[in-house]
Structures are given as structure tokens and as C-alpha cells.
Design a binder for this molecule. Sequence first.
Ligand code: UT7
Length: 328
Amino acid sequence: MQAAGILGTGSYLPEKVVTNQDLEQVVDTSDEWITTRTGIKERRQARPDQATSDLCLEAARQALADANTGPEEIDLVIVATVTPDMMFPATACLVQDRLRASGAAAFDLEAGCSGFMYGLALASQMIATGSLRKALVIGAETFSRIINWEDRGTCVLFGDGAGAAVVGPVPEGLGVLSFYLGSDGEGGKWLYQPAGGSRLPASAETVAGRMHTIHMHGNEVFKYAVRVMEEASLTALSRCGLTPREVDFFVPHQANIRIVEAARKRLDIPPEKAFLNIHRCGNISSASIPLALDEASKAGRMHFGDTVLLAAFGAGFTWGAAVLKWAK
Ligand code: UT7
């Protein structure tokens, strides 16, 4: 089996910053509530002319440059998103075209906030078995398009952005050591966008009822998330014979600072080993982990050979964790 790992990363955050004070003008909320309950101070918002594929493209170009890889070397483009440009064609195909990655297969992957973890697992396995050489795995969201700006329980949480990773062959002993993916569809009812699919196609009623926006029961998601982040991390670690003590750097999905902190404490990972950017970005779902990886890598927080633990959970419910020996 060929060892596979991350060869380069990239990310993109739209320029427009939406602060908690801005949201105080929109809904009945306060900077104090948002900060203490979520850790979020601000999030980014895409321009009206920017769709998810535009965000993908910025992050992907950076990741290719970082990996010293030309688009012609990419055999597969995966875009993990819950906010694609349109129902079809896949956002990944739009990205493949604009990157001129003419030799690449392309598809979208929908696994909520765990999407990047699913994409990384899939790409690394296809490289391991020799089915392909290099893949571009992107997580990107334009949540601002599906937010109900009258729902204070959700509109303060989510942001727009993208992160990308070039996944390819690495020397034996480096790269993805193990991963663990899971799901529990019973949790689907706690976090979903009701309309726009075959169950409830778009109609005047669905639009009037704001059924094309995020619907969430935050408490249910919260309880599940804390438990599953820990369990998924421990399972992925045990699959490569490691324990949390051997983790050099922890990159959790940035959903809520209380979820991240609870998971970190349960795993007994010291705070200086965990990455946090939720105060600046909010929850960007599938972009969260690749964006964090890119920021951490460029800030020199991860070093060659470090044991890096990634963990995410999200709508579905879905979850995923992976252990990497950082190969950059
Ligand atoms: O990536 C996966 C996606 N989702 C998540 O990760 C979300 C997970 N859940 C959470 O992060 C938390 O559940 C929330 C941040 C969404 C909510 O925090 P909470 O501590 O679970 O609050 P709550 O839903 O129990 O609400 C407590 C109170 C309620 O008021 P009452 O009924 O006690 O009077 C809410 O109406 O806080 C109120 N509230 C707000 N108040 C001010 C809810 N949202 C707001 C708000 N500003 N933005």
C-alpha cells in the first residue's frame, strides 16, 4: 500500500466581516451571549457575486501552489459542501473546469460538517490502493445564503469560507495513519434544510415558510457532538496504536468553543496543542478543518513528523476522525 498524506493546503475567507455587534442590529442577541455561549466574535460573508465554487477556486489554487502541483497532476476533485452552487452539476465539476484539471474525475460529497473528513479518507484510500496519484479535497460553504436572519439560534453561528488540501503519495510512515467515519441518521431531524430537494421542491409556500434555510435544535446537536468527538478521536487513535497523550496537535471542527473545549478536556489534550479559530470564522462546516489545517500549517503550529488528530461531526448526524503524521 502506498502511504498517502497532505502535500499542500490553501484557504480562503471572504473579505466582509460580520461582527456580533452587526448581528445585534439584526436579531435580539448580544455580543455577550454569542461570545460566552459559542466563542464566536465575528464571521465572514461572501459577496453577492461569489458562489461556493468561487471560494473553492481560491483555496484550491493556493493548495496546488503549496504542494508544488499542477492542475494536470490532479486525478480527482472532491468538494465537500452543504451549500453547492446549484443542485447539479456538482460544484466539483465547476472547479475542475476552472482549474483546467482536465485529467480529473470530480464529484461533490455531502456529509455535513464531517465532509472534509470523509473526502480525506476516500482520497487517501484511493491513493493507497494505487487507483489515483493525487487528489484535491476541498471543503467550502456559503452559509450566508441559507441562513434565516430572523432565527437568532442559528444566524449567529455560521460563516462562509473554504479550505483545500492536495492529497498524494508520501514516504512510508507519514501521512494518514488511520481514520474512523460514522453516522446516525436518526439525528437528521435535529439539523437540516427542509426544502429544495425531492421531498419538498421549491414552491411559493416553501419560500414563504423559510424552509430553504437551516433548521437546528442546538441542544440535541451539542450533546451528541461532545460525546462523538471524543469517541471518534479515541477510535481513530486506537486504530493506529496511539493514545491522546501522543498527539502533538489537535484540529477539531470549529462548531462551538464549548464543544471543542469539552472534547479536548475529555481527551486530556493540553490547550496549547489545540487549534482554535472559531472566534474569527464561526462554524464553516466542511471548510472548518481544511481551513484550520492551512492556518495552523502557515503559522508554523505543525512540524514535519508531528502526530496530528483531526475530528469532526455534523448534520446527518455524521462524524469522522483521522490521525496523520504531518508530512510537510
Ligand atoms: O457543526 C454542527 C452544527 N451545529 C452545532 O454545532 C451547534 C451545536 N449547538 C450549540 O452550539 C448550542 O446549542 C447553541 C449555541 C446553538 C445554543 O446554545 P445553548 O446553550 O444550547 O442555548 P439554548 O439553545 O439552550 O438556548 C438558551 C437560551 C434560550 O432562551 P430561553 O428559552 O432560555 O429564554 C434561547 O432562546 O438562549 C436563547 N438564545 C439566544 N439568546 C441570545 C438562543 N440563541 C440566542 C442568541 N442570542 N443568538
